[in-house]
Design a protein around this ligand. Structure first.
Ligand code: GBH
Length: 481
């Protein structure tokens, strides 16, 4: 079991979750700033106005990465810092852009390879108000293309680009359940607007086209000289049939991945949506125009994989409701024979299962013909960690996060087997997250950090065991040439 000597490993974050300074240097509001103001949407009623204060602490964050031995760092850009109103005819905010140019220079100076995500959920609020944001099939992809071009031009030194982080979340959580900004859902007790039978499929489609447009710009105008690579990051959980003896459960376990991952990956690799989705959704799932299809098909230089957890999948019978997004099935933590998928964490949806990670890497590699894969996120919360974090006498226990450290050991080893024993082409692994941060609707109560952030004490950072063990873990696996 081993990894190649040029394997990229490091940590990941996202702009809205760490930066704070939401009004500094001309930044415009994003849909998440607006969402945080709606009572009841964020646990504890908190916002991200300060978060980890990383906008003002770039030097600290880089010093931390260096100390941990991180070879790369994945972070995202705040679109509304760069173009406060977001659109292609709106002014560029040079100060916002300069901040990221400097940050990339400083990372490279420290010997750390940047991986930049263009869109990690924080759409400029103005675009949502102006034309419905991600719902707009013509305007949104063009504005995203323009934003991408501005950034590619300004930061030629970055060689690794991710267009969208987890468009599944933007679509389903933003427009079906309404759990994330902008909070659309058919449930009128939660939102005055939304159609959970259709909007998520439209948003997903528009993200794909916007991704395709940005990739075309990169390949036509920048890649020939800059020589970088570009791809999309998709989330997806591992699946096992609830009853392995029941062919309908076996099929449902596969269909679950198609609805979560192939929804985006099939158009990118094959130019069409999965048959299972078309069959269930009919014309509620948009159809690619010829122009859209040619933008989307073949648009990944690599596959960005975010992965955390797994489920047992049980098929459902009968006609699924029109707002179903899973594929007419249910996800369970226990199998028919009573096996448990993994231990509880602070996140209701997350239970560690490293074998499922290896199996999903294999599933993706087989379906998409062994693409280069970068694991752009993987990590875990820990049950009740925030209680420890708020009690100074539990500090030692807090920093000794063996549960998370074990998670990484198991997941990284499982990945190394997928590479060295199964022939999968995983090129990098970025732990989520470099530090505790704003965990979206869960506020600050759920921590994913390998580094403790003390929100009661000026956002000071202290690496936990999971952070400091990482270098040894990877050194042990990487072949010395
Ligand atoms: C990542 O998503 C995000 O990219 C990152 O910003 C975040 O901090 C990190 O996870 C930790 O949560 O509400 O039942 O539909 C992880 C993938 C997929 C996990 C959707 C939560 C919601 C389950 N996410 N899932 S549900």
């Amino acid at each position: 079991m081993s990894l190649p000597a040029d394997f990229q490993w490091g940590f990941a974050t996202a702009a809205f979750q760490i930066e704070g300074a939401t009004e500094a240097d001309g930044r415009g509001p994003s849909i998440w700033d607006t969402f945080c103001k709606i009572p009841g949407k964020i646990a504890g009623g908190v916002d991200a106005n300060t978060a980890c204060d990383s906008y003002n602490r770039g030097a600290d964050d880089i010093a931390l990465l260096k100390r941990l031995g991180s070879k790369c760092y994945r972070f995202s850009l705040s679109w509304s810092r760069i173009i406060p109103l977001g659109g292609r005819n709106d002014p560029v905010n040079q100060k916002g852009l300069d901040h990221y140019i400097q940050f990339v220079d400083d990372l490279l100076e420290a010997g750390i390879e940047p991986f930049i995500t263009l869109y990690h959920w924080d759409l400029p609020d103005e675009l949502d108000k102006r034309y419905g944001g991600l719902l707009n099939r013509t305007e949104f992809p063009l504005d995203f293309e323009n934003y991408a071009r501005v950034v590619f031009k300004a930061i030629p030194k970055c060689k690794n680009w991710i267009t969208f982080n987890e468009p599944w979340c933007s679509s389903v959580l933003g427009y079906n359940s309404g759990y994330f900004a902008p909070g659309h859902t058919s449930d009128r007790t939660k939102s005055p607007v939304g159609d959970s039978t259709r909007e998520q499929w439209i948003v997903g489609h528009n993200c794909l086209v916007a991704h395709g447009r940005a990739v075309k710009v990169y390949r036509d105008e920048f890649k020939p000289t800059d020589k970088g690579q570009i791809g999309i990051t998709l989330n997806g959980d591992g699946t096992y049939p609830w009853d392995p003896e029941d062919p309908a459960d076996v099929e449902a376990a596969n269909r679950k991945i198609e609805f979560a991952i192939s929804w985006f990956a099939d158009p990118i690799y094959f130019g069409k949506y999965p048959d299972s989705m078309r069959k269930q959704l009919g014309d509620r799932l948009p159809t690619f125009t010829e122009e859209e299809r040619s933008l989307v098909q073949g648009s990944n230089d690599f596959y960005g994989m975010n992965h955390y957890t797994a489920n047992y999948v049980k098929h459902k019978t009968g006609t699924p409701p029109e707002d179903d997004i899973l594929g007419n099935l249910e996800c369970l933590f226990y199998s028919k024979s009573g096996e448990c998928i993994g231990e509880e964490t602070q996140s209701f949806w997350l239970r560690p299962n490293a074998q499922a990670f290896r199996d999903l890497i294999n599933w993706l590699s087989k379906r998409y013909d062994y693409p280069d894969i970068y694991v752009t996120e993987s990590g875990t919360s820990i049950k009740d960690e925030d209680k420890l974090a708020n009690d100074p006498k539990d500090k030692e226990k807090l920093l000794n996060d063996t549960f998370r450290a074990d998670y990484f050991k198991n997941y990284v080893n499982a990945m190394a087997k997928a590479v060295s024993e199964d022939g999968c082409k995983v090129k990098g692994y970025m732990a989520w997250s470099l530090m505790d941060n704003f965990e979206w609707a869960e506020g600050y109560e759920t921590r994913f950090g390998c580094t403790f952030v003390d929100y009661n004490n000026g956002q000071t950072r202290e690496p936990k065991l999971s952070a400091t063990q990482m270098k040894g873990l990877f050194d042990g696996l990487m072949k010395k040439n």
